[in-house]
Write a protein that binds this ligand. Structure first.
Ligand SMILES: [Zn+2]
Length: 235
């Protein structure tokens, strides 16, 4: 990894397409505000029924351009067999030390997909390791101030987020970004409503409804949320 200017936000996701699907609207909102945002995918996401390495890389590149990301990388860990072991922790902690994001965003710790569960645990551990001194990891010790967890659509259960981000101005573009992954979200899926993209829109409408907005994306945080004053509770 070469030298990068520090990021404001780094999304760490198990597979290319997770970031787009789970928090594409929030990423678009941040990049529109000029924040420096990166996405680090832990695996290449293949094999899948309708994808290939070439197709997936092309889809990821198209989505990256639409999102306006400052950085996109892939850690090269094994898809379907992601494990939060010491080797993976060291590799990820080294990447965090080089990218120096203020905030990490990763999968919520409970999920139906074992790679997502492993990714969540791996990010927790790597955040801590990133600040260690007297180590052969690249970069300088660094500790991201917060970890924010996003939800995937695999676990069909009602979740209890800590907050919801208003993504109303960005929903249509989020759907475009998600649609870049044609091999994952169009091929082999029902063409009749509700399509996969209908589901994405409907979920966003539900979370938006709960905060008095048209569309939203939910997030969970373990540590306390600090507000400057009570006005920040309101949209
Ligand atoms: Zn995934």
């Amino acid at each position: 990894m070469t030298e990068y200017a520090p990021l404001d936000y780094l999304v760490i996701a198990a597979h290319p397409d997770d970031a787009e699907l789970c928090l594409g609207g929030t990423i678009l909102s941040l990049t529109a505000q000029g924040r420096r945002v990166g996405v680090l995918d832990l695996t290449n996401g293949e094999p899948t029924p309708h994808g290939s390495l070439e197709i997936r890389a092309r889809e990821t590149a198209a989505a990256t351009t639409l999102l306006g990301l400052d950085y996109r990388g892939n850690l090269g860990l094994p898809n379907r067999a992601l494990v939060a072991d010491l080797d993976a922790r060291k590799k990820l902690a080294g990447a965090i030390r080089q990218l120096r994001p203020r905030v990490l965003l990763t999968h919520y710790w409970e999920d139906a997909h074992p790679d997502h569960v492993a990714a969540s645990a791996l990010v927790d551990a790597a955040r801590f390791w990133a600040k260690l001194s007297k180590t052969d990891m690249p970069g300088e010790p660094f500790y991201p101030r917060k970890i924010v967890y996003f939800y995937s659509m695999h676990l069909r259960a009602h979740v209890q987020p800590s907050f919801v981000i208003d993504i109303t101005p960005h929903l249509e573009k989020k759907l475009e970004v998600v649609a870049c992954y044609h091999s994952q979200f169009a091929m082999g899926r029902p063409a009749a409503p509700p399509t996969f993209l209908d589901d994405v829109r409907n979920l966003a409408a539900y979370w938006g409804y709960l905060i008095g907005a048209r569309y939203g994306e939910p997030f969970r945080i373990r540590e306390e949320v600090g507000l400057g004053n009570l006005d920040h509770l309101l949209l």
